[in-house]
Design a protein around this ligand. Sequence first.
Ligand SMILES: NC(=O)c1ccc[n+]([C@@H]2O[C@H](COP(=O)([O-])OP(=O)(O)OC[C@H]3O[C@@H](n4cnc5c(N)ncnc54)[C@H](O)[C@@H]3O)[C@@H](O)[C@H]2O)c1
Length: 365
Amino acid sequence: MVLFHQEHRTRFTFLYFCRIFSEKMTPSPSILVTGGAGFIGSHTVVALAEAGFRPVVLDDFSNSQQRVLDGLRHILGYEVPCYVQDCNDRSALLDVFQRENIRGVIHFAAFKAVGESMQEPLRYYHNNLGSLITLLEVMLETGVPDLIFSSSCTVYGEPAVLPVTEASPVLPATSVYGNTKQVGEEILRDVVVAGKPFRVISLRYFNPIGAHPSAQIGELPLGVPNNLVPFVTQSAAGKRGPLTIFGDDYPTPDGTCIRDFIHVMDLAEAHVSALHALHKNSGSNSYDVFNVGTGQGVSVLEMVQAFEEVTGQKLNYHIGPRRAGDVVAVYADATKSREYLGWRSKRSLHEALADAWRWELAIGR
Ligand SMILES: NC(=O)c1ccc[n+]([C@@H]2O[C@H](COP(=O)([O-])OP(=O)(O)OC[C@H]3O[C@@H](n4cnc5c(N)ncnc54)[C@H](O)[C@@H]3O)[C@@H](O)[C@H]2O)c1
């Protein structure tokens, strides 16, 4: 632990001087990160800064906390510019683009709770699609072409063939949330087909887990976690009751659902690779989609066992009935991301679970 702190301090100093030096030489391109205070957004801010970009966060903190900014400051050694704004607010967005000389955008800002989306469809369509349309209008007005959009493997529904490639069929969405991702992709494809000057990549995320190894940032769900790993860590830490595994009678080797769990820092780095790919692209108008997963299918039970092995914690869980809307199995073929973006996942499931647990202990203190 002491060793880790020393390493961290050295790294902090190194990053600080890198920044001072790079600011004096050439200005780093400013990248707007909408939803940058959220789980994936905050880790991407770190990856962007480490790759020499200048991240600018815009977040309304509807699903995040200000302490994320403290975590980012600890990791990076400086204050990341952050605008507390709603991405649907056109004039506020325009002001940020002009003030910060934005050169590219990563659009994370969205609501993401599947169950809630079925009860509040208008809220979800308004936020997830309204913010995207507003953003595209402002990008057109300010002449910023490069955009990376947060999509999801939910677009594949219940796939007939595994692993899924980007050519696998997009099946009718089973939730309002899933539909916002499908329609979001369609909007982006349509504006590019219409010849508008956009260069867009949609990244289809599989199941991000874990936290930054410094334990300064991680997943910080407000209320009862919707995702499996934060529930697991909170349950192991005694903050929640036993974990319910939804169904063990699926047609899989151990009867539980299979997912592709990817370390959030690997996912964060995929955005940097996608930005580089857009910058290398000499054309003025393009749209493409990429899977961002490990390619490994892991069952829910295997994930729970791996957590117990890594942390030495005994997890209290029971098997409940199946949950409506859960697909049996989905995992990625990430060959296209490897070949075209030069990206591949590097961190193991064990590493991700150890980082998630370290983060849980850090927020509990
Ligand atoms: N976490 C996952 O498992 C997963 C999987 C696939 C896709 N995604 C997508 O990735 C993106 C990021 O997910 P996450 O897990 O980091 O979610 P998150 O909720 O932690 O982060 C989203 C951030 O956006 C902010 N936000 C929401 N609406 C906003 C608005 N109108 N204006 C400004 N800020 C707004 C929230 O406050 C939050 O900080 C989302 O688009 C999500 O749909 C997530």
